[in-house]
Design a protein around this ligand. Structure first.
Ligand SMILES: Nc1nc2c(ncn2[C@@H]2O[C@H](COP(=O)(O)OP(=O)(O)OP(=O)(O)O)[C@@H](O)[C@H]2O)c(=O)[nH]1
Ligand SMILES: [Mg+2]
Ligand SMILES: [Zn+2]
Length: 212
């Protein structure tokens, strides 16, 4: 009886700040995307490939990690502004931290903010960051059953990326089943990519351009 109101308060407080973030982004005309996927699903590699194919847009990145600045350093090498949120153990980002990170970015000089959430398929989905859209990132190597096992992400995402498609010949992965399980939950676009060779990234980037 005591636990439930506490959890509810955390989510309510998160929602209030998420709405403030939405206002900030709207005023600045910035589109923010929240990339959610398990550890090693290929989020940072996808962001690297995406940024390289969007030279005509100004991109900033917010990196959420439990520990280390490794991913921020990778993004920083591409010459785009990056703000790191070290969550010190928390397995998801909350809107307050994202708001503070956004305050470090000159939003008047930015078209897109890409947020790489903490590697986790579950609770990042429950925390609204004030983003324009959640983007689900799943890899071939995680298996085709993820939409069935973690349906919330697929209910809330506006697009799904299937990464590491170059691994399809080496894994037992039923692409038809993966796609039909997602479509049963929600009819979202699904982009199949190899972020290392950039195969399929152009089609995904074309979709991104429709948002801005
Ligand atoms: N073959 C192949 N490997 C990939 C692809 N995308 C990412 N990888 C590899 O997968 C590993 C993890 O990629 P990351 O991009 O660091 O994954 P992440 O989701 O950012 O990981 P965390 O931030 O730790 O959750 C790295 O060794 C990448 O080189 C891909 O499309 N094909
Ligand atoms: Mg990463
Ligand atoms: Zn969490």
């Amino acid at each position: 009886m005591v636990e439930i109101p506490i959890v509810k308060r955390v989510l309510e407080r998160n929602e209030i700040v998420a709405n403030e973030v939405r206002d900030m982004l709207r005023d600045a005309g910035v589109v923010m995307l929240n990339f959610i996927g398990g550890p090693g699903a290929g989020k940072t590699t996808l962001l690297e490939a995406t940024i390289q194919l969007l030279p005509d847009y100004k991109v900033a990145v917010i990196e959420g990690d439990i520990a280390t600045t490794t991913d921020s350093e990778r993004i920083n090498r591409l010459g785009v502004p990056v703000v790191q949120i070290e969550t010190e153990g928390s397995c998801h980002l909350e809107s307050l931290w994202v708001k503070r990170a956004l305050e470090e970015i000159n939003l008047d000089d930015v078209d897109f903010v890409f947020v790489e959430n903490v590697g986790n398929l579950v609770c990042p989905t429950e925390f609204d960051l004030g983003e324009h859209a959640k983007i689900g990132v799943l890899s071939v190597t995680e298996g085709d059953d993820k939409p069935r096992k973690y349906p919330l992400l697929f209910r809330l995402a506006e697009a799904v990326l299937l990464t590491k498609v170059d691994m399809l010949p080496h894994f037992k992965f039923d692409e038809g089943r993966f796609v039909s399980d997602i479509k049963k939950i929600k009819d979202v676009p699904i982009f199949k990519v190899n972020s290392l060779t950039r195969e399929g990234i152009d089609i995904w980037v074309d979709w991104l351009r429709t948002l801005k």
